[in-house]
Structures are given as C-alpha cells and as structure tokens.
Design a protein around this ligand. Structure first.
Ligand code: NAI
Length: 706
C-alpha cells in the first residue's frame, strides 16, 4: 500500500500528556537513575531529565505513522532530535502540536523516511521543546520521491573525552515501558520471537535516556536546564542486561558529539549523537531576516504593526498614501515617513512608500520597492483603509466604488505580486483586515461591509492556493481607536482601545510559528477570539425522483435553519462531498454517524449500522476483501464487512474466510471509532490484534469515513 504523500503539511494534534512528579521519577528510574542522581528521583528539589520530553511525543509518533499510512510492519523509530526552549516543569500538562514535514524515498529496498516535527508547550502555552522524529519505514520505499539529504555526524579520530559505562538490568524495559511505550516487542517474549528477536529488546529511547544522563553528568553536571539540543540515530537493537558505554567528544564550546555502544558486542546502538548545551536563548518570536510590507501604515493600527515588527528584527516597508479619512486629497508623504523615522530612531530598518494600493501599478510598485531594497517579501499585511459611510439609499456609486477600491481591490493589487515572490521562495504570511461590520453588519456601512467580507473570500481561496508553498493567509477583525473609529467608538474607552492590544496577534500570524491558515480573528482591548463560517447539519427533503415543494421547505424551515451539529469546512469540495452523502443517505445526514448528541458512538452495533453509509466506493476500486471484527465485552459481538466490486455489505456473525480479523475490546473499539485512540497506538499497545493479511487492514481508514 502506498504512503499518503498528501499528509505532508497537515496538522497533527494537539496531543495532551498530563503528568505528576511521580511520572518524572518513574521515567528517571526507567533510564537508570538512582541514588547517585538524587535530583532526578527524589521529589525534594526534583529536576526533570530533559529526555523525559519524549514521553509527550510518543503518542504523537503514532499519529505520524497513522497519517502517513505507513506499513506498520516495517516501522522503526530512526532518529530523534529534541531542541529545548525552557526547562520541563516537574508536573503539569504537555501539549504537542505539529505536522509531517517531509517524506523521503530511499528506494524500494531501503524504504522511506517520514519526518514529523512538533512543538510541545506547557498548559500556559510556554514552549518547552521542539521535536523532530524520523520514522524509517522499511517497507514503503520506491514511490519515486526525493531522497533524504545525507546527514552524518563526524566523530573525531581520538579517544573520547568522556566515557560512561552503565548496566541496564535484565528487567529494564519492564520499568521503562510504564512511561508510555507499551509496545509488546519490549515485554512479550512470543511477540519478540515473531518479530525476529531472541527475546524482548530494550526501548531505543530508554538507552537514549541513559545517554542523556551521561551527557548531563559530564557536560552540565547538576544543571539539566542547560541542555539545549539532543539528537541521535538509533542504529542497532540492544538486549536487556547488555552493558552499554556512552562515548562523548567535545567538539566546540557548548557542543559535543556522542554515541552509545554495546560493550559486550562492540555494536554501536546509537549513533550520530549531537549534544548542545549552555544558556538557552530566550524564547522570543523574532523576524530577523524577514521582510514585511504593511499597507496604510502611516497611522493607526498599521503604524503599530510596523513598529512592532521592526522592533523584532523585520525589515519593513511602510506604505501609506497619506490621504484623508475618506480617501480624498492628493496624498502626503508625511505619515509614512514619520513612522519610518520613528523606527530608524529606535534602531530598526524601514523604508517609506507612498503608492496607492487602489491601483495595480501601486501594488506592483510596493512589492518592487521591497524586493529592490531588501531582496524579498515574507510578510504582507493588507491594512490600508478608508470610510465613506452612508445609509444604503444614499450610497452613491462613487462612495461604493471608492471603498471597494481601497480595501478589496487594494488587497488584490498588492497581494498578487507579493504572492508570486512568496510562492517562488516557498514561504509567506499574509494578513487581510476585515471588520466586525463585514462579519456581523453595521448600519450605514454596506460598501465597507461588502469590501470587508470580500477580503474573507479572498483569504478562503488563497489559503488553498498557498498551502503547498507554506503561505499562510489569515484575517484579522481589529477593534482599536484610530481616526477611522474616532466618531464611532465611545471616547471614554479610547485609552483601552490602543492598537497595541491588537498587534500581538497580528505579529503571531506573521511569524513562522503560525501554522494556521484561513482563520478569522477578532482582536481588541485584549480580547481575542475566532470567528468562523459554520454550516448546520440541516435536513434532506426530496429525492432523486422528485424535488421538494415550497410548502415542504416551509414545513422544514426550523430544521434547515438549525446550526445543530454545525461544522466548519476547509474548502468547497468537502461541502459538496457532504451534500452528495446526505442526498444518498438522508437519515444519516440528520443524525450524522453518531448515536448521541455529543456526536460520539456509545454502542458498538451502531458503528456497524453506520458503516455502509460511511463506505467510500471511490476508494474501493479493485478491492475485494472481507474484514472480520471480533469485539469482546458486554457491547461486543461479531460482524464482518464484505467489499467487492465497489460495494460494501455489513453482516453480524463470523465469515468463514476473512481477509483479516480485527480483535478488540468494546471500550477500545469505541474509543478508536470516536477518534480518541489512534489505530496505530491501539495496535502497538496490543489493544488491537490483527490476524490474517495485516497490510489489507490498513485499507479500512480509506474505505470508511465514519
Ligand atoms: P487609519 O485611518 O488610521 O489607517 C488607515 C491608513 O490607510 C491611513 O493611514 C490611510 O492614509 C491609509 N490609506 C488609505 N487609503 C490608502 C491607499 N489607497 N493606499 C495606501 N494607503 C492608504 O485606520 P485604522 O483604524 O488603523 O485602520 C486600519 C485597518 O483596520 C483598516 O483596513 C480598517 O478598515 C480596519 N479596521 C479598523 C478598525 C478599528 O477599530 N480601528 C475596526 C475594523 C477594521
């Protein structure tokens, strides 16, 4: 079965891991700490071994495998890199979010490499560490993709500067597995034999924990908070009880290379080790080397965005035509130049631009100026705006057009050339500026509301076109005191309506930490929230033979209008897919694939009832299989699913020749079907047993969208 190459770039998580001080100690004991390192095993003045972070990303790893649809039978945890931003607290919650960042093809015989990157934060959102996992997928190579760039760590040709012997016990994996990795290979002798080993093997990450302790002891004794980066490749299995030796070479200030060998056999079990240490740089969002264009930045919100971006290292193009609030007047260079002067006085880099965003030449010029002065464009904030408020009947064509020209057409004129630069370089952050008037309506602002919602539409499609090129497009609906709002907002609130309250969110959306695209945010007075287009489940009236009458619609208007089971769609195709599914299976549309109001399955039989409706005939071309489900427990039973010639039938009972048999408890099965237990994790944890053709079982996710 082929890897899912579409998975690259798709978000994974958040995956949460709650832990207490006892978990920290359990991990330390699992990786060999004892009385010698009391700070890791005694709750008084407890410190966390930084490699404990792996406990948070272990579940994330199974999501990577699942999303990339790798062949589970060939997976190895190949490489692991951890970059620390702040010390890991002794208890709390670790929240991990990330994505598959690349898939490499090493050839038919060597397999594929799936790279997963994630950031783990504490419950307050403070970044703790970044993880890069490389999964070696031995059975998935040869799909014609690019090979991974070679990365070899050079070991100096001299004796190690430090060498540390350790003797993991025969029972070490039994202790280590309690920190989360409960894969049978490390505990079940029969399973280990089936997988080609004499007995259960050590967890590579357990040996990695031993190495981490040794690196701390020799390079930052007693100061695990000074570990900055730990990376390595797992090269050989190790049996419990075999002695190990971690060898360390200091190669420069704050940097060492290392490896771990099996001292009994001489095999290198962990190679390519790099360890960086010292004071961890402050975890700031910076824009050094980035070039930003902000339109209409001569005052109000744009001025603050420009100053804040420059203060964090961006080179800024401050655009402003310098006209009146309604867009009239010939324009003035003063506002943009004044902001540039402020930025330069504060030590930043900026240039002024006076072009009119409402013309295509203006848009081209702004982007050209950025490219000529600073070489590129990374960030664009479409912020320029004017107002011409009038009630609708007084809304003359000129007032209508002038507002559309600056807001909507203006964004088009500047974004188009900027998008070309961003696409070429494979990076971009674009922010459009909408308004509550557009999102929710405001008397006297039909022109402005229409233009502002037009910007949301522009974002909706641009986010799709930019997806492949790491261009994120988001929209901000600010609320701030400025000349545009001086006669709209109550004057006594003006102080609390400083643009500085809006700017932090805009800067985040401009940063490379921003992974979202296509979102709309309200921001003002320190209040931040997200607005979205939500579509109700609705109802189906009429069928293939007859369309509904007006009276039918009238009778069903409450159901049609309801937002119950409302859903946010990523793009048009997803909506059309749901409409087609609803039309062919009307009952399911009203009670979508669930038997309770929270949208979750509570009954095993209900899953099998929903299965034919969830069947994807397009994915079943040429597939002839029988999946047997043996579910134990009170709610359990036996069902089988026959798929042949693009059709699917589900029956209770036992098939005499199933392609593969999936056995699980009722609670685990429900958790899996409700998306709470990833299939890969269920399998590695022994909660899901698969008999027969294991490869074919991987088709299930494609064949059914429950
Ligand atoms: P502002 O009037 O202080 O800033 C807008 C700037 O755009 C002005 O400096 C103006 O000279 C410039 N501009 C106008 N037409 C231009 C053109 N054709 N080419 C280049 N520059 C041009 O107003 P504010 O409040 O800072 O507004 C910024 C953006 O935020 C606007 O798009 C506005 O519609 C939007 N907004 C503001 C809200 C608020 O509460 N302040 C509420 C909702 C949206």
């Amino acid at each position: 079965m082929a890897l899912n190459l579409e998975a690259v770039g798709q978000k994974i998580g958040p995956v949460k891991k709650d832990y207490r001080w006892k978990d920290v100690i359990l991990y330390a004991l699992g990786v060999g700490a004892g009385f010698d390192e009391l700070e890791f095993v005694y709750e008084k003045d407890l410190k966390v071994i930084p490699s404990f972070g792996i406990a948070a990303v272990f579940e994330f790893l199974s999501h990577i495998a699942q999303k990339a649809e790798v062949n589970y039978a060939g997976i190895l945890h190949g490489e692991q890199e951890l970059i620390y931003h702040s010390p890991i607290p002794t208890e709390g919650t670790m929240v991990t979010e990330g994505k598959i960042s690349d898939i490499f093809d090493m050839g038919k015989d060597k397999g594929a490499i799936v790279v997963g990157e994630s950031v783990t934060c504490d419950e307050k959102g403070r970044r703790l560490f970044t993880s890069v996992i490389r999964l070696f997928c031995r059975l998935d190579g040869g799909f014609g993709g690019k090979p991974a760039p070679a990365a070899k760590v050079e070991i100096p040709e001299r004796a190690p500067d430090f060498e540390d012997e350790a003797q993991p016990s025969q029972d070490q994996p039994l202790l280590y597995r309690l920190s989360g990795d409960v894969f049978q290979l490390h505990v079940d002798p029969e399973f280990a034999k089936m997988s080609g080993f004499e007995m259960p093997i050590m967890h590579g990450l357990c040996t990695h924990g031993y190495a981490c302790r040794s690196l701390i002891k020799n390079l930052v004794p007693g100061e695990p908070e000074r570990v900055h980066r730990l990376s390595c490749r797992f090269s050989r299995p190790l049996y419990p009880g075999d002695p190990i030796k971690t060898q360390i070479w200091k190669v420069e200030d704050g940097k060492a290379v290392w490896r771990t060998i099996n001292s009994k056999t001489g095999d290198v079990v962990i190679t390519n080790g790099v360890f960086e240490y010292g004071d961890i740089p402050k975890d700031e969002i910076r824009f050094d080397g980035k070039v930003a264009i902000i339109t209409g930045a001569g005052g109000g919100l744009g001025r603050v965005y420009a100053k804040d971006l420059a203060a964090r290292g961006a080179k800024v193009v401050v655009n402003d035509l310098g006209g009146a609030r309604d867009g009239s007047g010939g324009g003035s260079v003063t506002p943009a130049q004044k902001v540039v002067d402020e930025i330069v006085a504060e030590g930043g880099t900026a240039i002024a631009n006076y072009d009119n965003v409402a013309t295509s030449e203006g848009g081209e010029n702004i982007v050209k100026m950025a490219a000529d002065a600073f070489g590129t464009v990374d960030i664009l904030i479409n912020n320029a705006g004017i107002l011409r408020d009038k009630s609708f009947l007084k809304m003359d064509p000129e007032s209508w057009q002038a507002v559309l020209d600056v807001h909507l057409n203006g964004a088009y004129h500047v974004t188009r050339p900027a998008f070309a630069v961003m696409r070429e370089k494979g990076y971009g952050r674009i922010i459009n500026t909408t308004s509550a008037a557009g999102l929710y309506g405001n008397f006297g602002q039909t022109n402005y509301s229409a233009a502002k919602m037009g910007l949301v539409g522009l974002m909706n499609t641009l986010k799709i076109e930019g997806r492949k090129y790491n261009i994120k497009v988001n929209t901000i609906a600010p609320l701030a005191a400025s000349r545009l709002t001086e006669d709209i907002l109550p004057p006594d609130l003006f102080d609390k309506l400083k643009p500085e309250y809006v700017s932090p969110l805009v800067l985040f959306l401009c940063s490379d930490r921003c992974e979202v695209s296509g979102n709309i945010y309200n921001a003002g007075m320190g209040v931040f929230n997200r607005a979205a287009v939500v579509t109700g489940a609705g109802t189906v009236i009429g069928d293939a033979a007859s369309w509904p009458s007006v009276e039918d619609v009238s009778a069903a208007i409450d159901k049609i209008s309801s937002l119950k089971n409302g859903k946010e769609y990523e793009e048009l195709n997803a909506v059309v897919g749901d409409i087609i599914n609803a039309f062919s299976s009307p009952a399911k549309a009203e009670t979508p694939a669930a038997d309770d109001s929270a949208g979750k399955f509570t009954d095993v039989a209900a899953v099998f009832d929903a299965m034919t409706g969830a069947f994807q005939p397009d994915a079943a071309k040429g597939v002839n299989v029988v999946f047997q489900y043996d579910i134990s427990g009170d709610k359990g039973g036996n069902w089988f699913c026959e798929i042949a010639d693009g059709t699917c039938s589900v029956s209770a009972g036992t098939h005499d020749k199933p392609t593969c048999t999936l056995s699980m408890s009722d609670t685990d099965f429900l958790a899996m079907m409700n998306g709470e237990l990833p299939a890969m994790q269920a399998y590695t944890a022994g909660k899901l047993k698969i008999g027969g053709d294991i490869m074919k079982s991987q088709l299930i996710e494609k064949l059914f969208k429950l």
